[in-house]
Design a protein around this ligand. Structure first.
Ligand SMILES: Cc1cc2nc3c(=O)[nH]c(=O)nc-3n(C[C@H](O)[C@H](O)[C@H](O)COP(=O)(O)OP(=O)(O)OC[C@H]3O[C@@H](n4cnc5c(N)ncnc54)[C@H](O)[C@@H]3O)c2cc1C
Length: 323
């Protein structure tokens, strides 16, 4: 697919992702749920803990995301906090149990500030900060890392403000930067200092050309430039990409920068390039799998469809055959 067509496809699917009608219809079709399970292993805490137990035993690390964005009231934000607190308790129990886990910090939770109330009309940013602080306190006590996800570009300044606040109490708290944004190379310089943990991804939202590169070669070139900044810096780079070119570039840059295997990590999404994840783990690399769970899978699922036409074809075929 040509780069411009790919950007247009992403915009159309992302727009469909905002349609309540399509959302309601998809949710009612059992086949949708079967396809969704490829990317979202389940809706409950027990579902996600089962999958994560197996990933940890295979030598992979995990980052768990409780799905939910577009939180519209404080009660919903509070439910998200409670879901994370329960999850962190279960992760602490797992760590204390007999099951094998990789060394280092194998367990992490990923948070979306929109799920914690950032978009609430009154004091949204303050509420999201307080909620994230409660989760980070519990996670720190349990030895679980926390990373704040990146959402669309209108939220980047607010996310980085909240991250800076949280880092004064939790210096190991990580965040995500998206190489498709024009601003990100500068943000990488600002966040490449000691103890900073940055997950670098290409970016999953349909963004306007005024703020983002829209053609794949430009996004890829920006990814390489940003990764060079992070690898040469004093922080801990987290290379979130399934792209074989970026995986190989990260390996070469880490070697050139003299980084030990435990001074950076690869990251991939659950259900994508599983055999490559295992290959990296067996080669002694740190590889973390991002595992989303929960009933609000729709937005996440639509982003996975939008970024890869093969995923969309797979979904449409399943809808037509209804098996
Ligand atoms: C751990 C993690 C966390 C993320 N967090 C965020 C976030 O907070 N905010 C955000 O905006 N985005 C996030 N993303 C999504 C990210 O921005 C990209 O949209 C997504 O990872 C696709 O980009 P890519 O680098 O994998 O490669 P792409 O440019 O999509 O693909 C390049 C190549 O990778 C390989 N590949 C890609 N997908 C597949 C597949 N399904 N099967 C087989 N091969 C494949 C193919 O060879 C393909 O040609 C995250 C991604 C990861 C891995």
């Amino acid at each position: 697919m040509k780069p411009t067509t790919a950007a247009a496809t992403r915009s159309i699917i992302t727009a469909a992702g905002r349609s309540d009608r399509i959302k309601r219809l998809s949710g009612r079709l059992p086949v949708t749920r079967n396809v969704v399970q490829r990317f979202v292993p389940g809706e409950t805490h027990d579902d996600v803990m089962d999958v994560c137990g197996s990933l940890l035993e295979s030598g992979r690390m995990i980052s768990i995301d409780h799905l939910g964005e577009d939180t519209t009231d404080e009660t919903q934000a509070e439910r998200t906090v409670q879901a994370y607190l329960r999850l962190i308790g279960m992760l602490a129990d797992h760590a204390a149990g007999p099951n094998p886990t990789p060394p280092g910090h194998p367990m992490e939770v990923s948070l979306k500030l929109s799920a914690l109330g950032r978009a609430l009309p009154r004091h949204g940013e303050k509420i999201a900060l307080e909620n994230a602080h409660r989760i980070a306190s519990a996670a720190t006590r349990a030895g679980v890392w926390v990373t704040i996800d990146a959402e669309d570009h209108t939220t980047t300044d607010s996310t980085l403000r909240i991250v800076r606040e949280l880092q004064s109490d939790f210096p190991d708290l990580g965040t995500v930067l998206q190489s498709y944004l024009h601003r990100t190379e500068d943000d990488c310089h600002a966040f490449a200092g000691p103890r900073s943990r940055i997950r670098l991804c290409k970016g999953a939202y349909a963004e306007p050309a005024a703020v983002a590169f829209r053609d794949k070669p430009d996004v890829d070139a920006a990814y390489v430039r940003c990764l060079q900044v992070l690898m040469a810096g004093d922080g801990y780079p987290m290379v979130a990409s399934h792209d074989p070119v970026m995986v190989a570039a990260a390996e070469a840059m880490a070697t050139a920068a003299g980084r030990r295997a435990d001074e950076w990590e690869h990251q991939m999404l659950y259900g994508i390039r599983d055999s490559e994840q295992l290959r990296l783990a067996r080669a002694g690399r740190q590889i973390r799998v991002y595992v989303p769970f929960g009933s609000q899978w729709y937005g996440y699922f639509m982003r996975r469809l939008a970024e890869r036409p093969e995923n969309l074809k797979f979904f449409l075929r399943a809808l037509v055959s209804r098996d």
